[in-house]
Design a protein around this ligand. Structure first.
Ligand code: SAH
Length: 217
């Protein structure tokens, strides 16, 4: 794997396009300029790695398109040192962007094939995320990692997962695409410990692979 001047040039152009699309969080832009997205894709897709499109990865899943990664990262409103839970590790690209923004990342993937490959890759590239094989619907239940400052869901959830809202701090934020065939991007702020004590903001239509229950071997 090599990060050449050609790749760096493509990445600069990608970030310029992200700015034009309304991404203003400099930390997000810096991270996306730093993380080599082509490392997270099959070598055959190298030339497409910096186009604004979702691309296939292992296990019939997809890497989110750069503008979606940028939007979700920006909606999280991250500060360095925060504890962030990601559901849907997939290729690890979003995970790497979060790591390079200086937050502590906990990421869950339900497909064993992807989990094994991506954990190894993140490690090789020195992105220090805590990777879990499991069902994101239950978050990190049974372990001592919750509560989180932020939660990001990178698959389409049929509804807001209540267990995950429990694992969010009061004042914390979840960014999640909600819907069956199509989703709407929601930013949910947890206002108090009572169920439904949430402030929900909507950020338009999107399309993700589905959030499914249980592990897949
Ligand atoms: N962030 C990833 C997105 C991958 S696509 C990237 O940038 O590459 C979404 C991923 O969510 C898939 O890998 C899928 O297997 C995973 N997923 C779906 N439902 C899940 C669940 N309940 N728990 C954990 N991962 C899940």
């Amino acid at each position: 794997m090599e990060d050449t001047f050609k790749h760096k040039g493509w990445r600069m152009r990608m970030c310029k396009a992200l700015r034009e699309k309304g991404i203003t969080d400099e930390r997000v832009l810096q991270a996306m300029e730093a993380v080599p997205r082509h490392f997270f894709l099959d070598a055959a897709l190298d030339a497409m790695a910096y186009e604004d499109r979702a691309l296939p990865i292992l296990c019939d899943q997809t890497i989110s398109q750069p503008s979606t990664v940028a939007m979700q990262s920006q909606l999280l409103n991250l500060q360095p040192g925060m504890k962030v839970l990601e559901v849907g590790t997939g290729s690890g690209y979003q995970t790497a962007v979060l790591c390079s923004m200086g937050v502590k990342v906990f990421t869950i993937e339900r497909q064993k094939g992807l989990f094994d490959k991506t954990r190894k890759l993140l490690d090789q590239l020195h992105y220090r995320a805590n990777c879990f094989l499991g069902d994101g619907y239950v978050g990190t239940t049974g372990k001592d990692y919750a509560p989180f400052d932020r939660i990001i869901i990178t698959c389409g959830a049929p509804m807001i997962p209540e267990e995950l809202m429990k694992q969010l701090k009061v004042g914390g934020v979840m960014v999640i695409p909600v819907g069956e065939q199509q989703q709407e991007m929601l930013r949910i702020e947890k206002l108090g410990e009572n169920r439904g004590d949430w402030k929900i903001e909507r950020f338009g239509g999107c399309r993700f692979v589905p959030m499914l229950s249980g592990k897949q071997f």
